[in-house]
Write a protein that binds this ligand. Structure first.
Ligand code: LEU
Length: 444
């Protein structure tokens, strides 16, 4: 059977942007930035996006396009009888780890959206407010699992509908809608009294934050997570591209768009956080507790809440399909499964893993696999701050050192000119060195 392909280059770009823009830009970005000093974190994150993220994004898509296979198959095709395929193996593991917690958080977003549709959350619950409502909801056994299952079902349906009819089609609708919603919300948030303080938090770096070693690994992890880099999602999407589509402009466009969405969601969240004197370091619940409290006090806040959680669910869905596609494509080739069978089986396994994550907020709240992190935080830490950057490191070494320079340049559609040489030097030297240095310093 011929390999599926995107209908148009724009379709590919929207799908890749859909993958990049997700819970990472809104939910994860806001609490990681809030906990790591705001402006200084944003700056470091931007440096990593431009020096490491975008060059690697181009690299990752090109590997898929060149090999026309899944994340493990691509390395096996391009470097037969070598251990490079282990890079892809890590990618598949990251995909399993990430989607199993991603679907839990996305389930929360769906639950909030539905509670805004019914008007339930227009006002804080009388007892315990939104904090009580959130805490009560996530600590239950069945309810969060139901929403996570619903989310996973939607994800599976899109993936089994195919590359063009499922993934491309969904993103063509979701992405413009999402951009519109977030821009409206940013306008809302910026019009609040006290918005300036939020802007200052986001754009005036507190340089002393840079002396904390953990900020570097956090910013690196956030860059990888947000750009969907290092687990093979973009590689797999790249494998559905024909050779005549030029990559460099696409890679830069995807990277810029993702950054734009991160900054826009910062503009939605931080002005509002400060306008209502909420602690920006409140961690993962930031979006789920503070924002509803904010919406409640805003004029037309119920509608804003509805739009926001709709946008968040859409953004999560367009990213989740790209994660599910990584192992789906791999198992389709490995076991000769149909797309349907592969996506249903893989998605169900991920949902099953997610049960542990969800219970980590309830009966297993005391389980802390790493330091004092609960199950979700531990899985996120391992996947985002370790596996993804390792995947990126390995990919950079592969293209920079395994390929001869002309092969590498040709793969990414660059010439032996200034752009080509800058990209090559980054991928061959700077990216690996930076990742290794950040790793070593974070261990200390
Ligand atoms: N890039 C996505 C996001 O920001 C996550 C990725 C793992 C698909 O939510």
């Amino acid at each position: 059977m011929a390999r599926e392909q995107w209908g148009t280059k724009l379709g590919f770009m929207l799908a890749a942007m859909g993958s990049a823009v997700g819970l990472g830009n809104i939910w994860r970005f806001s609490f990681v930035a809030g906990e790591n000093g705001g402006g200084a974190f944003l700056l470091l994150y931007l440096v990593f996006v431009f020096l490491i993220g975008i060059p690697l994004l181009l690299t990752e898509v090109s590997i898929g396009r060149k090999a026309k296979s899944d994340v493990i198959g691509s390395y096996k095709t391009l470097a037969p009888r070598t251990p490079w395929f282990m890079t892809g193996f890590f990618g598949v593991c990251s995909a399993f780890l990430i989607l199993s917690f991603y679907a839990v958080v996305a389930g929360w977003a769906l639950y909030y959206f539905v509670n805004y549709v019914t008007g339930n959350f227009f006002q804080a619950p009388a007892e315990g407010g939104f904090e009580g409502a959130f805490g009560g909801f996530i600590s239950q056994g069945w309810q969060p699992l139901f929403w996570s299952a619903l989310f996973m079902t939607l994800t599976i349906i899109i993936v089994f509908s195919g590359v063009k009819k499922g993934i491309e089609m969904a993103n063509k609708i979701f992405m413009p809608l999402l951009a519109l919603l977030l821009i409206i919300l940013a306008g809302f948030s910026l019009s609040l009294d006290g918005a300036m303080e939020g802007l200052a938090f986001l754009f005036q770096p507190d340089w002393s934050a840079l002396t904390q070693p953990s900020i570097y690994i956090q910013a690196l992890g956030q860059a990888f997570f947000s750009l969907s880099l290092g687990m093979g999602a973009l590689l797999t999407y790249g494998s559905y591209l024909s050779d005549d589509k030029r990559l460099p402009s696409a890679a830069v466009g995807i990277g810029l768009m993702d950054t734009f969405f991160a900054v826009i969601s910062g503009l939605v969240i931080f002005p509002a956080v400060f306008a209502f004197s909420i602690d920006p370091t409140s961690g993962p619940p930031l979006v789920f507790i503070t924002l509803p409290s904010i919406f409640e006090q805003m004029p037309l806040g119920g509608i804003a809440g509805l739009l926001f959680f709709f946008a968040l669910s859409l953004a999560a869905l367009s990213s989740a399909i790209s994660i599910l596609e990584v192992p789906t494509a791999y198992f389709m080739r490995l076991f000769n499964w149909t797309r349907k069978k592969s996506s249903v089986i893989v998605g169900s396994i991920m949902f099953f893993l997610g049960i542990f994550v969800s219970l980590g907020f309830g009966i297993w709240a005391d389980v802390t696999p790493i330091a004092d992190f609960n199950i979700l935080d531990s899985m996120d830490y391992i996947a985002s701050n370790i596996f993804l950057p390792l995947g990126g490191l390995s990919m950079a070494l592969f293209v920079g050192w395994y390929f001869a320079k002309p092969t590498a340049l040709k793969a990414v559609d660059l010439k032996d000119d200034v752009f080509g040489n800058v990209w090559y030097a980054l991928v061959k030297y700077l990216v690996p060195i930076m990742i290794i240095v950040i790793f070593i310093s974070s261990i200390q």
